[in-house]
Design a protein around this ligand. Structure first.
Ligand code: ACO
Length: 327
């Protein structure tokens, strides 16, 4: 079987206009700007207005990606949305996006892989193009984290923000997506979980009263895992792509904590300007962090066609994944 080369044809993102600073959070929580900045690197995050949901941000990001690629909605074969904050449990957020885009020829589905969702979705989109099954695949990472945060829990709610990013994948002459590595360890599921609302703990008066529909995280354990896995999986993806770390132009990491990003930067001996960071302005946008960072690096002119990058994520599941891509 002959494999088709896959590349990124267009990139886009959508960021809600409303800014919530650490100082705003000081007014509702026992926290401080100083604690949040020094422990996480976050200064502010974006939060959607009432009535805006995940598919709205996803659609906006998808439109921007389609526009930058010069592709119309009718040309899209498949829409994959990575999210842990879907509009509804069923149908998928991707189906709402399909309707909003009027992408009448597209199949649509969601995948859930925590903050690694975008990398998992990218690997799927790549496989569909590579096999010849699809010609134009929209891969979107979109989250409205603010609706699943417990605003009384200072250890989690300060970390996250809302946003969406999208890439449009298609066949290309020279290979764009060069190698992947994905992984999971479900035995660690409780480290980062929304316990209520599924078959294990259906919505009930007590599940609501006990705040079971919000994100719960063991920050410390997740932190140690993230530091270890980010370096390991990036190296494994480089090996799968047959590329030495000295060839990397950019690292585009998941934005969970500046200290985690710094540890990966040092491991790959990259100068600061070769690591894309936006956690200071947006916090952790889960599946959206990587594609938003990618879009901003391209729009600002830092990341150009021909550059070699490693995209790396980790999160709930636990899950992890990295992709080596020539843009
Ligand atoms: N303001 C002030 N104090 C706080 C806050 C806050 N917002 N939150 C916690 N504290 C306190 C704690 O109560 C604790 O106090 P104590 O010592 O009196 O008990 C103290 O600060 C230290 O708490 P730690 O949890 O040990 O702080 P740590 O340095 O580990 O930082 C953090 C916490 C920022 C959450 C860090 O552990 C982290 O970034 N973890 C990784 C998160 C991550 O990568 N998640 C995965 C991706 S997310 C996804 O998949 C959806």
């Amino acid at each position: 079987m002959k494999f088709i080369n896959t590349g990124i044809l267009g990139v886009g993102s959508a960021i809600p206009p409303k800014i919530v600073t650490n100082f705003d959070l000081e007014k509702i929580l026992d926290t401080s700007d100083e604690w949040i900045r020094t422990r996480t690197g976050i200064h502010e995050r974006r939060i959607v207005e009432d009535g805006v949901c995940t598919s709205d941000l996803a659609t906006q990001a998808a439109r921007a990606a389609m526009q930058s690629a010069g592709v119309t909605a009718a040309e899209i074969d498949m829409i994959i949305v990575a999210t842990i904050t879907p509009d509804t449990i069923t149908p998928s957020t991707a189906c709402f996006v399909q309707a909003k885009l009027e992408a009448i020829n597209a199949a649509a589905f969601d995948i859930s892989a925590g903050c690694t969702g975008f990398i998992y979705a990218l690997s799927l989109g790549h496989a569909y193009i590579q096999s010849g099954a699809c010609k134009r695949v929209l891969v979107i990472g979109a989250e409205v984290m603010s609706r699943f945060l417990d605003w009384q829990d200072r250890s989690t709610c300060i970390l996250f923000g809302d946003g969406a990013g999208a890439v449009l994948l298609g066949p290309v002459q020279e290979p764009g997506i060069l190698g992947f590595k994905l992984g999971a360890d479900g035995s660690q599921a409780n480290l980062l979980i929304i316990p209520g609302g599924g078959t294990n703990q259906p919505a009930s008066r007590s599940s609501v009263e006990n705040r079971q529909h919000f994100i719960k995280m063991c920050g410390n354990e997740t932190f140690k895992f993230a530091v270890r896995i980010m370096g390991e999986v990036t190296q494994e993806a480089l090996d799968a792509a047959g590329v030495g770390k000295s060839k990397l132009d950019f690292l585009v990491p998941h934005q969970a904590n500046l200290r985690i990003i710094e540890s990966a930067r040092k491991r790959f001996e990259l100068p600061e300007d070769r690591v894309v960071v936006n956690i200071d302005r947006y916090g952790n946008m889960s599946s959206a962090s990587i594609p938003v960072a990618l879009d901003e690096a391209i729009k600002s002119g830092r990341l150009k066609r021909g550059h070699l990058m490693a995209l790396v994520g980790f999160g709930a599941g636990l899950t992890w994944g990295a992709a080596v891509v020539r843009y």
